[in-house]
Design a protein around this ligand. Structure first.
Ligand SMILES: N=CN[C@@H](CCC(=O)O)C(=O)O
Ligand SMILES: [Zn+2]
Length: 411
């Protein structure tokens, strides 16, 4: 199918040769074309330019984008959208004064979600997750990473990943999957963390790899969850199956997870709400993408990742939702981008770069996603008429999306 978008007020993130990631000062630049057109052919961006130089294009669908901005769809490199039910009660418990950690210590949190998921059929889980996926696509997300980690038994972890794989088959959005068996210590293994790690290494990882259910391996490296040593073990074991690390670190405490993740060539380190100067130093001159999750900070009332400081130190930064039932029941990348500007002091250019090119990098999608580049997938957001792109994070609560194109088709 062919589609021509014309009279675009401003086409964002136009890169003839797109870098695979942007760091430090590079993040301040957002190349655009004003009064532009884009031609889409069979799901791919075939060509683009300014209206004064548009050749004759006839015989296929044309969309007039006067007054509107067109940009690459969001690349959400961290989500947990396959889950069962919700945790509304814990939300109220927190309003009434309990902390996220206190709720977890009382048997709530991740193990609560695991109990629900274990009792949910694969079909039901698929439908619940598909509804979330459809919602985020309409909100402009064109690629998303999905983690397991609410199963915590071999069967339930596999069920989650099979659901994620089925979503990838059924929907046009690009989906990458991550095995996060080491998300929490299940109730049956309380006091026997090593026993659970043995199960992860001896049973879960081989099965996940055998069925090719995941490309990445993750672990929640945090006090009360898994230590740096546990992380070393899981990442080394994952490596045997070619699983690339993408890890949860520094959400509540800095315990040395970043240095260890970098040593293991992690593709990304995610959360980073609590960062020491040494952590920032450890992220310099490496291939690991730091990923901030500002709507998690918003929902839990915890510090925001020091994005301004990290970019000023020359680091790259990606933004993602962390969509999950406990710490971030929202998959809205528009809100993430706005919150990064409002609370982390990123400029609109930096936030858009973080949520497109750098988000694509954090999912291994640099060659196909994240920019308006010939040959990349035609995953695009068309906004409503807006004064400028800076208006998108500025008007943070408004729905400014007119339509979303994924793989060349309107969703
Ligand atoms: N922090 C670890 N995991 C999820 C939250 C899990 C939950 O509370 O259900 C996160 O990334 O925020
Ligand atoms: Zn997460």
């Amino acid at each position: 199918m062919k589609l021509l978008l014309t009279h675009i007020k401003e086409l964002l993130q136009v890169r003839e040769n797109c870098p695979e990631k942007l760091s430090g000062k590079e993040m301040k630049k957002l190349p655009t074309l004003k009064n532009a057109w884009v031609f889409i052919n069979h799901g791919v961006i075939e060509d683009y330019g300014t209206m004064d130089k548009m050749g004759p294009h006839q015989g296929f669908k044309t969309l007039d984008c006067s007054g509107k901005i067109v940009m690459p769809a969001w690349c959400d490199s961290h989500s947990h959208i396959v889950y069962a039910g919700n945790r509304e009660q814990e939300f109220v418990d927190r309003i009434n004064g309990l902390s996220y950690q206190e709720i977890a210590e009382k048997g709530g949190g991740i193990v609560n979600s695991a109990k629900k998921l274990q009792k949910t059929s694969e079909e039901d889980l698929y439908h619940q997750s598909a509804a979330r996926l459809e919602e985020v696509m309409r909100l402009g997300t064109g690629a998303i990473e999905i983690k397991s980690g609410y199963g915590l038994t071999t069967e339930a972890e596999m069920k989650m990943l099979r659901v994620a794989k089925k979503l990838a088959e059924e929907y046009p959005i690009t989906i990458k999957t991550t095995f996060l068996g080491a998300h929490a210590i299940p109730t049956e293994y309380k006091g026997n963390k090593d026993g659970y790690l043995d199960l992860l290494c001896n049973e879960m990882l081989p099965k996940v790899a055998e069925e090719k259910l995941a490309e990445y391996v993750d672990i929640f490296c945090e006090e009360g969850y898994f230590s740096v040593n546990d992380m070393e073990r899981i990442l080394s074991e994952g490596k045997k199956y070619n699983l690339i690390p993408k890890v949860h670190v520094n959400q509540f405490n800095s315990i040395g997870g970043i240095a260890s993740a970098v040593k293991h060539n992690a593709l990304s380190v995610d959360h980073l709400e609590v960062m020491t100067d040494q952590d920032i130093e450890d992220l310099k001159n490496c291939d690991t993408m730091p990923v901030a999750l500002p709507s998690c900070s918003y929902f839990l009332g915890i510090p925001y990742a020091p994005g301004r400081k990290m970019i000023d130190a020359g680091l790259p930064l990606a933004l993602a939702t962390d969509y999950n039932p406990g710490s971030t029941p929202s998959g809205n990348m528009n809100f993430v981008v706005a919150t990064a500007c409002i609370k982390m002091r990123l400029t609109p250019e930096e936030a858009i770069n973080a949520a497109t090119i750098n988000g694509a990098y954090a999912m291994g999608l640099s060659n196909t996603h994240g920019s308006i580049t010939k040959g990349k997938m035609a995953n695009l957001i068309i906004t409503k008429p807006v004064p400028s792109y800076g208006y998108l994070p500025y008007a943070f609560g408004s729905n400014l999306i007119d339509s979303v194109i994924i793989n060349g088709k309107e969703v």
